[in-house]
Design a protein around this ligand. Structure first.
Ligand SMILES: CC(C)[C@H](C(=O)O)[C@@H](O)C(=O)O
Ligand code: SF4
Length: 464
C-alpha cells in the first residue's frame, strides 16, 4: 500500500461504504444551541431518535451572558434557544452541560478538557471551529445544520475526503510570539483561501515545541485559512495533556491506547496534495489591521499601503478594509486608539492563555478609557484560574472577570464592541461587524491583549 498521511489512515478506519462521497462513522458529535434546534426538530418531525446519545454531547456557549447568570435571561432569543436546548437534550437523551453547571463552556474547550477529544477520532459539530480538536490528531470539522440532523439520526456523515495539505513550520519563533502569532503568520503567508478544500497537517520544529493549548489555538484558526480543518500528529505533549483526564482511557486501557496512538502519524514519505514550508525563525507578535485574518502585520509595524500590493483583488480588499477600520496607510499600529480588550474565546480562552495574560498584567493597571474583559473558556477553567488567584490579578488591574461563554467573540450574548471603536481581541475573526455593528477588531495573542490593555496601545509587551 502507498505510504499514507495521518488523515488517510483515520479516514480509512472510519469509512463504512462508498467511493467519492463516502459514508464515514463519527466518533463524537458536539452540539451547541445555535445550530442544533432545527436538527432536533427534523428528528421530531420524522419520529426518529438520536442514534448514539452516548457519542453526543451538548453545551451552551454562544448565547449565554457572561455577566449576570440569573434566570430567566433578559434576552428573549437567548432565553428561547437555551430553553429549547434543555428540552431537546432531555427528550433525546443527550448529555447537556447547561449554563450554570460545572461542565459548561465553549464547545471546543470542554471536549479536550474532559479528555473526550482523542487521537484518531472523527469529530463533528455544527460549528466551523471544530478544527480545534485536530490538535490531538483527530479528523474534526464543522458541519451544517442538515448534516447535524444526519449525524444525530445515524452517527454517520456522507462526504468526500478533503485534499491533503502539509504546512511545515521551521525555525524558532521569538520568545514574545505565541501560537496565536504563528496562526496569524500562517494565514498572512498563505491567505484566507490558502487552505481551500484541504485538511492541513501542521508539522515541524515549531509544532514539536508547541504546548497542547497552543496547538489547539493553531488548529482552531486553520479554518480561517480556508481549510476544512487542521490537525497535528499526537506525541508526548498530547499524551501528557490527556493522561488522567476524566473521560480519557484509564489504567491498562490508557497504556494500550497510548501505544496505539503513537503510531498515528503520516508516513515520512507520504504524499500530500499541497505542501507549504514556512520559515518562522524570529517571528514576532502579529496583529490584524483589516477585516480578515490574513490582513496581518507585525504588532510593532505599520498599516500597509494598499497601493504597494501587486494583486488587484488584494489591493481592492485592503482599500475597503482600511475604510471600514478607519485607518490610513503607513499609520503606526501603536497609534490605533484601542477602547476595548477582550481575552477569551475557543481560540485563546484556556488556562494557559489566562496565565500568560495575567503574567503581563500583574501589578499594573488598565489604561484610562479602556474596557477590558477576561472570559474563561469554561467553568472549570474559571475555577482553576480562581484557585491560582488569576482573577485577583485581573480585577485588581481593572479587568472585568466574567462567566464562561463565546462572549465578545461573536457578540450575540450582550457583549459587544461599541460601533466605530477599536478592540484588541484574542478571538479568531475580525470580519466587519463580528464583534458588533461597526466594531473594529484587531486579532492578537493573550499576552499582546494584556499588554495593550495596560499600555493603552497595541503592543506585545510593556517594555515596548
Ligand atoms: C454560530 C456558529 C455556527 C459559528 C461557526 O460556525 O463558527 C460561530 O461559532 C462562529 O465562530 O462564527
Ligand atoms: S468562541 Fe467564537 S469562534 Fe469559538 S465557537 Fe464561540 S463564537 Fe465560534
Amino acid at each position: 500500500m502507498a505510504e499514507r498521511t495521518l488523515v488517510e489512515r483515520i479516514w480509512a478506519e472510519h469509512v463504512i461504504e462508498g467511493t467519492g462521497e463516502e459514508l464515514i462513522f463519527i466518533d463524537m458529535h458536539l452540539v451547541h444551541e445555535i445550530t442544533s434546534p432545527q436538527a432536533f426538530e427534523g428528528l421530531r418531525d420524522t419520529g426518529r431518535r438520536v442514534r448514539r446519545p452516548d457519542l453526543t454531547i451538548a453545551t451552551a456557549d454562544h448565547d449565554v451572558p457572561t455577566s449576570s447568570r440569573q434566570v430567566p435571561l433578559a434576552d428573549e432569543i437567548g432565553r428561547r434557544q437555551l430553553m429549547l436546548q434543555i428540552r431537546n437534550c432531555r427528550e433525546f437523551g443527550v448529555e447537556l452541560h447547561p449554563m450554570n453547571s460545572l461542565g459548561q463552556g465553549i464547545v471546543h474547550v470542554i471536549g479536550p478538557q474532559m479528555g473526550l477529544t482523542l487521537p484518531g477520532m472523527t469529530i463533528v459539530c455544527g460549528d466551523s471551529h471544530t478544527a480545534t480538536h485536530g490538535a490531538f490528531g483527530a479528523v474534526a470539522f464543522g458541519i451544517g445544520t442538515s448534516q447535524v440532523e444526519h449525524v444525530l439520526a445515524t452517527q454517520t456523515l456522507r462526504m468526500a475526503k478533503p485534499k491533503s495539505m502539509l504546512v511545515r513550520l521551521d525555525g524558532t519563533i521569538s520568545p514574545q510570539a505565541t501560537a496565536k502569532d504563528v496562526a496569524l503568520a500562517v494565514i498572512r503567508a498563505i491567505g484566507t483561501d490558502g487552505g481551500t478544500g484541504h485538511l492541513i497537517e501542521f508539522q515541524g520544529p515549531v509544532i514539536d515545541r508547541m504546548s497542547m493549548e497552543g496547538r489547539m489555538t493553531l488548529c482552531n484558526m486553520a479554518i480561517e485559512a480556508g481549510a476544512r480543518s487542521g490537525l497535528i500528529a499526537p506525541d508526548e505533549t498530547t499524551f501528557a495533556y490527556l493522561e488522567g483526564r476524566e473521560r480519557a482511557p484509564q489504567g491498562a486501557d490508557w497504556e494500550r491506547a497510548r501505544a496505539e496512538w503513537s503510531t498515528y502519524r503520516s508516513a515520512p514519505d507520504a504524499v500530500f496534495d499541497t505542501v507549504v514550508e514556512l520559515d518562522l525563525d524570529g517571528l514576532g507578535p502579529q496583529v490584524t489591521w483589516g477585516t480578515n485574518p490574513g490582513q496581518t502585520t507585525d504588532i510593532d509595524g505599520a498599516v500597509p499601503d494598499p497601493a504597494a500590493l501587486a494583486d488587484p483583488v488584494a489591493r481592492e480588499a485592503a482599500v475597503r478594509a482600511l475604510d471600514y477600520m478607519g485607518l490610513r496607510p503607513g499609520q503606526r499600529i501603536a497609534e490605533i486608539p484601542i477602547r476595548t480588550v477582550f481575552i477569551g474565546s475557543c481560540t485563546n480562552g484556556r488556562l494557559e492563555d489566562l496565565r500568560a495574560a495575567a503574567e503581563v498584567v500583574k501589578g499594573h493597571t488598565v489604561a484610562d478609557g479602556i474596557t477590558a474583559l477576561v472570559v474563561p473558556g469554561s467553568e472549570k477553567i474559571k475555577r482553576q484560574a480562581e484557585a491560582e488567584g488569576l482573577h485577583e490579578v485581573f480585577t485588581a488591574a481593572g479587568f472585568q472577570w466574567r462567566n464562561p461563554g463565546c462572549s465578545m467573540c461573536i457578540a450575540m450574548n450582550g457583549d459587544v464592541v461599541e460601533p466605530g471603536t477599536h478592540a484588541a481581541s484574542t478571538s479568531n475573526r475580525n470580519f466587519e461587524g463580528r464583534q458588533g455593528p461597526g466594531a473594529r477588531t484587531h486579532l492578537v495573542s493573550p499576552r499582546s491583549a494584556a499588554a495593550t490593555a495596560i499600555s493603552g496601545r497595541l503592543a506585545a509587551s510593556l517594555a515596548d
